[in-house]
Design a protein around this ligand. Structure first.
Ligand SMILES: NC(=O)c1ccc[n+]([C@@H]2O[C@H](COP(=O)([O-])OP(=O)(O)OC[C@H]3O[C@@H](n4cnc5c(N)ncnc54)[C@H](O)[C@@H]3O)[C@@H](O)[C@H]2O)c1
Length: 349
């Protein structure tokens, strides 16, 4: 099986899903600054904004990001949590006449956050503080923030809505909740207008060269097992779900990227200081559903190894998506089959 080779990737190659949805309006010549724009999700948002004719500037330290993912977008390479970040951001805002920011840059590995909580705090919360300081100094007041369903912790409901009391169970989820709180404080303090998007389980790819290269989530992990011809591990098959394995809400990265464009447009027309939106499909798939779908799409039988539950895994975590549907007019267009097919197609090229 071929794995993606970013060096050889063609910019803006053929998309992996046919039904791309470009339903949202144009920003009319504004510049959007994306932190983490060279990452997996950020590069999809970058690509959609570029395709819509917007000017994009990317800020990324390239620790996980890949330069070739952002095409001809300007790159400012800096660690957002570093001392020089605020002045460099201020300079970039001014030079490029930035009007809106999408803040995706963060460390995102839950296990790593448990091992290195201070570093996660420094990177994710420190980076957010520097970004907000630079935005305040520069008078840039529109922000879309990448939050996460990890803020909810272990909710005891089938579908969690945005008003649910957040109780993160790991340092990563806590840094995302802290980020939301910092943005809300800035909204009250100096007039920031902010949207937090709480992503559920992001997977799939819009273009082969933008594929997720980190095996941190179930879909890439199972594909990696397939490539290595080893059995994927399933943690627990005795959860109170239909087949006993954990159920999650998988959202196609292209749908998620569209939600960012909708959020930017919303900030353009709505006066509310801040708001929080779930980004998911509202439909849950179990671990075994995902493995079965990968088996079916790849035409390879995959037999998982069942291991004991991991501490802190909620049985089921699915999004209530009523708010984003009502306010943005956004809903996911792609299902689990589309997600898996897009990765399979990208890997088979
Ligand atoms: N992938 C998911 O399923 C998922 C789910 C919920 C939330 N999120 C959030 O979405 C965002 C993007 O995630 P992704 O999956 O694209 O991850 P990614 O690692 O592919 O992208 C993150 C990007 O940010 C950059 N970066 C990280 N820390 C930085 C720093 N201190 N300074 C400058 N650049 C930095 C990395 O180089 C990388 O390009 C993250 O904030 C993550 O927490 C992701």
């Amino acid at each position: 099986m071929l794995l993606p080779n970013a060096e050889n990737a063609k910019s803006n190659s053929k998309p992996c899903v046919e039904a791309c949805f470009y339903g949202f309006g144009s920003l009319k010549g504004m510049t959007v600054l994306l932190t983490g724009g060279a990452g997996y999700i950020g590069s999809h948002v970058t690509r959609l904004l570029q395709n819509r004719g917007e000017k994009v500037v990317v800020v990324d330290d390239l620790s996980e990001g890949i330069r070739s993912r952002i095409g001809d977008a300007e790159l400012v390479q800096v660690d957002l949590s570093s001392k020089e970040a605020v002045s460099l951001l201020c300079e970039t805002f001014k030079t490029h006449k930035v009007t809106s920011v999408v803040h995706l840059a963060a460390r995102k590995k839950v296990g790593e956050s448990v091992e290195r909580p201070e570093w996660y705090e420094e990177q994710n919360v420190g980076g957010m503080k520097n970004l907000l300081a630079a935005m305040k100094l520069s008078g840039v007041n529109r922000l879309v923030f990448s939050s996460s369903a990890a803020t909810y912790g272990v909710p005891d409901v089938d579908q969690v809505d945005e008003d649910f009391d957040c109780k993160p169970i790991n340092p990563y989820g806590q840094t995302k909740l802290d980020g939301e709180h910092l943005a809300q404080a800035a909204a009250k303090d100096w007039g920031l207008r902010e949207v937090s998007l709480r992503y559920f389980n992001v997977a799939g790819t819009g273009w082969p060269e933008l594929m997720d290269t980190q095996a941190a989530n179930l879909v890439p992990i199972v594909f990696q097992s397939l490539a290595k011809n080893v059995s994927p591990r399933v943690f627990g098959n005795d959860f109170p779900t239909e087949d006993g394995t954990c159920v999650r809400d998988y959202v196609h990265v292209l749908d998620l990227a569209e939600a960012h464009l909708a959020a930017i447009d919303y900030l353009d027309r709505d006066e509310r200081p801040y708001d929080v939106f779930n980004v998911g499909t509202g439909v849950g798939s179990s671990v075994l559903d995902v493995i079965r779908e990968i088996s079916s799409v790849s035409g390879t039988e995959i037999v998982p190894v069942i291991e004991p539950r991991r501490p802190g895994d909620p049985a089921s975590l699915n999004a209530n998506v009523n708010r984003i549907k009502k306010v943005f007019g956004w809903s996911a267009k792609h299902d689990l089959h589309d997600i898996i097919s897009s990765v399979w197609k990208a890997q088979s090229l």
